[in-house]
Each structure stands twice: as structure tokens, then as C-alpha cells.
Design a protein around this ligand. Structure first.
Ligand code: G3P
Ligand code: CA
Length: 281
């Protein structure tokens, strides 16, 4: 294993689906909590509804994370809005209300409300200092090219693009796009040539076998399991000029392991714990 000097200075803390260990994933509550904790960036999965609206949901179906059932790409926004995505217990809702009151914040109107990409961008762009966005495009079979096109149009509408690149916050791009699909990332770069893209990797890829990089991406996004199998890939990728963003790093021993390798970004359900570990909590 290669251990870099000053291994965790400057590592970016990315809240996976918001601060999803503490609040229901992909809800506004989870993103607000990530910002309160001080996360550098938030990760979000996007899918298209049947009527062409980008919503922040991980699975192809809503069954696991809401009170409803069905495939997102086969339902309209109005259908999806009927379900509760908080899957929150009464005590969790009470805790949210107490926390909001204590922090003198507006309580959430509907803690379990479906989060559309627009609602997330509305929140992020009105957050002082801004929190960077790592948006992952998922690929419902009914739509393909449309996901990237709609994403770019939406980012532009919120002022997050400046010509052919994202605007910068604190000297870093405010947005990047991630995907397991090289084709999706190519389509994003065709639309916005200066968009940073992250090639996600859940298994050994031809690029890793040849100790190379997926072409044209600014970063690679291996799973922590993959990096455990081949820790030297972190150094190889960085020396070739790519950042390394590892997911989903939740176990304390995995946190220590990826920090020791000097990765550039750690994507975690527990941003508060990681920030405390880094002395930033
Ligand atoms: O951040 C990358 C990671 O989110 C990829 O896996 O399944 O959680 O979307 P998944
Ligand atoms: Ca994801």
C-alpha cells in the first residue's frame, strides 16, 4: 500500500444522499443536515419521471424509500408526490421539529416530501457559501439521452453553469457529474465540455487492469471494496492526473484505510463522523 505524506489534508467530505445515516436519504432534511454539519459537498442520484422531471431517488422503484410502489420512469411527478419519502417515525419527525426550533430555523413543511432536483438546487443555491454538488445520473430504460439534457438545462437555469463549465465556489467547480455509464459522461461533456466528470467503478474495469484511466474524466470513483483489492490504483490514478473519489465509506476501518491512501474525496453516509475524525467537526 502506498501512503502519501499529509494523507488527509484537504480531503473533501461528501455526504452520500445527504447526511443519510441521520435523516432519510435524498430528503431535504438530509441535505440540510449535511450542510449544518459542514460537509464540503453533497451527493445526489437523479432519475427522470414519466413526464420528464428530474427527481432525487436512488432506486429504479420507490418501494424501499417511500410509502408508495412503482417504477419512477413509469409514473408522473404528480403520482410520485403522493408518497412519503421520509419513512420517518413519529419520534424522528418530532426530533426534526425540535432541532429546527432550537436552531431557529423554519421547520420543514413536509419532512418526507419528494425531493426534485429543482428543490435541491433551490436550497443549495440559497445556502450561504454554497455546498458543492456531486450529481449521479441513473438510467431508467424509458429515458436515456434525456437525463443528461434535462440535467444541463436545469443547472443552467439555476445559474450553475458559466458557458461551457460550472461556476466556481471557493475556487472549485460547484458541480460535477458522476455515472457508472461512460456513455452518459460522454454525453454530459458533449453538452458542457468543461464539466468535471467522475467515472464510477463498482468492479474491476479494463482501465484498472491496464493501470490506466477512463478517458477524459477528471476523477475516478471506485468503491471502497475495489480499493481494498487494489490500493495502488489510488496512486496510479492520481499520478495520471485524476482525482480519486471513493464510495461509500462508512466503517471506521475503511475511513482510516482510504485516508491513509490520500484519496481526494470520501463519499459517506456519516459526514459528521468523518468531519470529527478530520478535526473539522
Ligand atoms: O457516490 C457513488 C455512489 O453513490 C454509487 O453507488 O449505489 O450509492 O448510487 P450508489
Ligand atoms: Ca449514488
Amino acid at each position: 500500500m502506498t501512503v502519501h505524506g499529509s494523507p488527509w489534508s484537504g480531503v473533501e467530505v461528501v455526504a452520500h444522499r445527504g447526511a443519510s445515516a441521520d435523516e432519510p436519504e435524498h430528503t431535504l432534511a438530509a441535505y440540510r443536515h449535511a450542510v449544518r454539519l459542514g460537509a464540503d459537498a453533497v451527493e445526489c442520484d437523479v432519475r427522470l419521471t414519466r413526464d420528464g422531471v428530474l427527481v432525487c431517488v436512488h432506486d429504479r422503484r420507490v418501494d424501499r424509500t417511500s410509502t408508495g410502489r412503482g417504477v419512477i420512469s413509469a409514473l408522473d411527478l404528480a403520482d410520485l408526490e403522493r408518497f412519503d419519502y421520509g419513512r420517518a417515525t413519529a419520534s424522528r419527525r418530532a426530533r426534526l421539529r425540535r432541532r429546527a426550533r432550537a436552531a431557529n430555523q423554519e421547520p420543514l413543511d413536509r419532512p418526507g416530501r419528494l425531493l426534485t432536483l429543482e428543490r435541491l438546487l433551490d436550497y443549495v443555491t440559497s445556502t450561504p457559501g454554497g455546498v458543492r454538488l456531486a450529481i449521479e445520473t441513473k438510467h431508467p430504460t424509458r429515458h436515456s439521452v434525456q437525463v443528461e439534457a434535462e440535467l444541463v438545462v436545469t443547472l443552467r437555469r439555476f445559474g450553475l453553469l458559466d458557458g461551457d463549465r460550472p461556476v466556481e465556489w471557493a475556487g472549485r467547480p460547484a458541480v460535477r457529474v458522476m455515472s457508472f455509464s461512460p456513455g452518459a459522461l460522454r454525453r454530459v461533456r458533449a453538452l458542457v465540455p468543461g464539466m468535471p466528470t467522475v467515472q464510477l467503478m463498482g468492479q474491476l474495469t479494463p482501465w484498472m487492469r491496464t493501470a490506466g484511466l477512463p478517458p477524459a474524466n477528471t476523477a475516478v470513483g471506485p468503491s471502497v471494496a475495489l480499493i481494498r483489492r487494489d490500493p495502488s490504483y489510488v496512486r496510479v490514478a492520481q499520478q495520471a492526473g485524476a482525482e480519486v473519489h471513493v464510495w461509500t465509506v462508512n466503517r471506521p476501518q475503511d475511513v482510516e484505510f482510504v485516508l491513509s491512501l490520500g484519496v481526494d474525496a470520501v463519499i459517506t453516509d456519516h459526514p459528521g463522523t468523518l468531519l470529527a475524525r478530520l478535526g473539522r467537526g
